[in-house]
Design a protein around this ligand. Structure first.
Ligand code: ATP
Ligand code: MG
Length: 363
């Protein structure tokens, strides 16, 4: 079976370090290792509209921001097909058929959608239908490209489960047609769902608690220095707690052994640093300064590459257009298979036409 990788991001803002550790870093790694048949990465503008109906300009303007973030982390359009979701109308048709494979109660049970509904303040029945059903459209995104591996953060787990159910149901009814995908979660638990700088459960564009990949050095410093740590760690000598301490979670996500030799040779490992912190006698500021150095080293090249791509914006749109054309061809292939399996390709079905003709001749 071929190995097809697919993921997307909503253009509701620039991408942040949560996206980076949760999914982007992995995509670039897979791309550069080259052990796959095809990789698709897409900007989910149509999905972003499902909860931004009043703010289409935000979505429209962020398409280019996400594209720039992709290029700046090292996604390479000569290797990876980068496209824009709304430019692939085949996805809508697939979603329409998949809607028959899912019940309202199944959608209501989706824990990620439940949290998101709460977060967005859609009370009672006032959820836009498009938003409520976006897991179905995600199933269309994934299956249209016959993706086998989807590298995403933990919040996407229910979406992948939903997709697999749709695939199984469809194949059960219509015969083996769609490919079942597998989720690829980050192997480091800190990266499954990176918390916000405010210590909240998830760094999210919608919560305003993000460190963006494109933040300049001064902004990065300000954000790191004012990060949430351990509210019980008041005096340096107090024992510190690691649980819920965003600074240490970020260290778990970004710190590599060589960082100690380079920036803080007093400690030989993250475990040693944690041990001192929990024992007491290590101030938050020192830890934050260390984290800042690590993040700055990781983000500076990304920031610099972004500056270069920003010099030729029309070229970035052209890249997206070419990617979208290529993606459309792939989606059309799957849609044709689906139509055939569903036997709604009436005009190509000579057996059907003849059988119907015969029925009426006899009648
Ligand atoms: P929005 O608030 O508009 O939903 P978002 O910040 O949640 O935006 P998405 O575009 O929904 O971002 O997510 C894109 C990808 O990044 C998904 O694979 C998701 O799992 C991953 N991701 C997003 N936020 C985090 C995070 N804090 N930690 C790990 N992965 C994340
Ligand atoms: Mg999200």
């Amino acid at each position: 079976m071929s190995k097809i990788i697919l993921t997307g991001d909503r253009p509701t803002g620039r991408l942040h370090i949560g996206h980076y550790v949760g999914s982007l870093r992995r995509r670039v790694q897979i791309q550069n290792e080259g052990d796959y048949d095809k990789m698709f990465v897409f900007i989910a503008d149509a999905q972003a509209l499902t909860d931004n109906a009043d703010n289409p300009d935000k979505v429209r303007e962020n398409v280019i921001e996400v594209a720039l973030d992709y290029l700046s982390v090292g996604l390479d359009p000569t290797k990876t097909c980068i496209f824009v979701q709304s430019q692939i109308p085949e996805l809508c048709e697939l979603s329409f058929y998949y809607m028959n494979m899912v019940t309202v109660s199944r959608l209501q049970r989706n824990p990620t959608v439940k949290t998101e509904i709460q977060m967005r303040g859609f009370g009672g029945e006032s959820i836009p239908v498009g938003f409520f059903t976006y897991p179905i459209s995600q199933a269309a995104d994934i299956t249209a490209f016959e993706a086998t591996i989807v590298p995403v953060g933990e919040d996407q787990k229910p979406m992948l489960e939903q997709t697999c159910e749709i695939v199984r149901r469809f194949n059960h009814i219509y015969g083996d047609t769609l490919v079942e995908p597998r989720i690829l979660l980050p192997d480091n638990t800190a990266c499954l769902r990176l918390p916000g700088t405010d210590g909240k459960a998830k760094m999210s564009k919608s919560l305003g608690n993000c460190i963006y990949l494109s933040d300049d050095a001064a902004t990065l410093k300000k954000k790191v220095m004012s990060m949430y740590t351990d509210p019980a760690h008041i005096h340096v000598e107090d024992p510190g707690h690691l649980e819920g301490n965003a600074v240490f979670t970020y260290l778990d996500a970004f710190c590599r052994p060589e960082h100690f030799a380079e920036y803080w040779p007093e400690y030989e490992s993250l475990d040693a640093l944690k041990e001192h912190y929990t024992r007491g006698g290590l101030g938050d500021m020192k830890v934050k300064k260390f984290l800042l150095k690590i993040l700055d080293a990781e983000l500076t090249p990304i920031r610099e590459r972004r500056k270069q791509f920003e010099q030729d914006i029309p070229a970035v749109y052209e890249m997206l257009q070419r990617g979208s054309e290529e993606a459309r061809t792939a989606a059309m292939r799957t849609l044709n298979k689906v139509r055939q399996a569903m036997r709604i390709d009436y005009f190509n079905d000579t057996a059907l036409i003849q059988a119907q003709a015969k029925k009426y001749r006899q009648g």
